[in-house]
Design a protein around this ligand. Structure first.
Ligand code: ADP
Ligand code: MG
Length: 479
């Protein structure tokens, strides 16, 4: 059984990544396999993990465990380990004819997940759902209620887009039509579009709002042709007060879809119905898009969203932490914000992973824990690689060779850079001071302590050094 499970984890690691395995499957074990009933009993640390796995990984479980056990249509029974009161939860994944399976050996190290974590969102961070029940995927075309104006943090990078979006939501078809929002991935375009839709619905529940991704629009269109319903297809869009089409870059080279969209656009526009579009680039730069469509997209207002600055990232983290009831202090927020560079989705994903890890292991969210989750679990950044990486980046920044840094040279230029390297290694890795000293030319740990102390005193009143170290840290984390 263990072999089968190990094999499954190996496959999962390849398919879903080791972070997923570490976060959700580490404390799960294959408890029993009943070949007659085609039933697999999985032991999970708590109900939260159980539900999460069922929501996200059931089909992977079915496929791969099924293959490994040479069975199709596997059924799963999730056995939740003892709760704090000593109760047990049995959670069948699908209707079962077998009696629930009870076990007498709880896993001692993990206790029941605190209720507060029942707000966690998918680790992809794509959708923020306020309650656990809402994990189920939102039907296409509907608005995501979690994406509101008041859950959107405004900073210099997005203030124009936010202001325009809000203005449009207050005066459909009259302010800017169309409104075109563009910017890199994970920066909040979709969030803003839903926020507009939600606000419009709030102001006037009767208004007909349609949110579509360009992809989905195209599929619907193709289906309508296939089933000879293109007339109905067009008609549906003509009854809309607000049309939101997300990621229109996917219209690229889809001639017929563009044709139809062009038609719908014109009709809505003439009736002063509001159109809002998003894309990863400026309309002119979307390749494979008819120029008449491009020009129409620029008729109203085109606004961009830039990558957020550090303060905005920290503000977003705090907001998200509040929403998910994660206790996030400044130190940890700084660390995450400094590490995740440009993508808010990733920023959120990191926070969620930290929150989940803290809940799963029943530990508070400390800097140590955050480092462990974000650095340690990432296999690519194993200690050796990390030390290697730190040294390389520091050497590059000061234009000094790695050999010099590892050498016995005590020249001031070299030794001060070496001190910076020690400081960074301590800050960004989990290596012991011994290991760090050992790595940098076999020095003993008192040398390392001394060096780190020196850097810490210097940065207290040296703004330039501070900035330099921030830049170095940034490069280490992103290289
Ligand atoms: P895009 O559509 O630009 O790829 P999304 O709108 O999907 O990005 O945003 C990715 C994630 O980041 C979402 O969970 C969203 O809520 C969050 N997000 C982006 N910008 C902000 C912001 N300014 N304030 C709060 N959350 C944000
Ligand atoms: Mg999007």
């Amino acid at each position: 059984m263990q072999l089968v499970w190990d094999e499954f984890l190996k496959i999962l690691r390849e398919e879903a990544g080791s972070q997923i395995v570490e976060t959700w499957f580490k404390a799960v074990c294959l408890e029993e396999w009943n070949a007659d009933e085609k039933t697999v009993v999985l032991r999970v640390p708590n109900q939260f993990v159980s539900s999460w796995i069922q929501e996200h990984y059931l089909s992977l479980l079915k496929t791969h465990l099924g293959r490994l056990l040479h069975t199709t249509s596997l059924k799963f029974l999730f056995l939740s380990v003892q709760t704090q009161e000593g109760k047990r939860d049995i959670i069948p994944a699908s209707p079962l004819t077998t009696k629930p399976f009870l076990d007498s050996q709880p896993i001692p190290s993990l206790s029941e997940l605190p209720a507060r974590m029942h707000h966690v969102v998918p680790s992809t961070g794509t959708m923020l759902e306020p309650t656990y029940k809402k994990f189920k995927k939102r039907p296409v075309g509907q608005l995501n209620e979690a994406y509101q104006f008041n859950s959107f943090v405004v900073g210099p990078s997005n203030s124009l887009a936010h202001a325009a979006a809000y203005a449009v939501s207050q005066g459909l078809g009259r302010v800017y039509n169309p409104l075109f929002i563009y910017g890199g991935t994970g920066l909040g375009k979709t969030h803003l579009m839903h926020a507009i839709g939600n606000e419009v619905k709030r102001r006037n529940p009767q208004s007909v709002v349609c949110y579509e991704t360009a992809d989905h629009f195209m599929n619907e269109f193709i289906n309508s042709i296939r089933f000879d319903k293109s007339h109905q297809f067009r008609e549906k869009y003509q009854r809309i007060d607000l049309l939101l089409v997300d990621d229109v870059q996917f219209f690229s080279n889809k001639e017929q879809t563009q044709e139809t969209f062009f038609h719908i656009f014109n009709i809505l526009y003439e009736q002063q119905k509001q159109i809002i579009l998003s894309s990863d680039t400026f309309p002119k730069e979307i390749t494979g898009l008819q120029s008449r469509l491009k020009s129409r997209m620029e008729w109203g207002l085109v606004v961009d969203i830039q990558t957020p600055d550090l303060e905005t990232k920290i503000a977003i983290l705090k907001k998200k932490a509040d929403m998910h009831n994660i206790n996030l202090n400044d130190e940890v927020a700084d660390f995450i914000a400094g590490r995740v560079i440009s993508n808010i989705r990733e920023l959120e994903g990191s926070l969620i992973r930290i929150g989940a890890f803290s809940a799963l292991t029943n530990q508070p969210v400390t800097l140590e824990l955050a480092k462990r989750v974000l650095l340690h679990l990432n296999e690519k950044k194993k200690d050796g690689v990390m030390l290697d990486n730190v040294l390389k980046v520091v050497a590059q920044h000061y234009d000094i060779s790695i050999t010099d840094l590892k050498s016995k040279k005590r020249h001031k230029d070299v030794s001060s850079v070496r001190q910076v390297a020690f400081y960074m290694m301590k800050k960004l890795t989990f290596c012991s001071l011994q290991a760090i000293g050992e790595y940098v030319g076999g020095r003993d740990h008192s040398t390392v302590i001394h060096a780190i102390g020196k850097v810490e005193t210097m940065i207290e009143n040296d703004l330039l050094l501070n900035q330099k170290l921030k830049a170095i840290e940034h490069d280490i984390m992103t290289s």
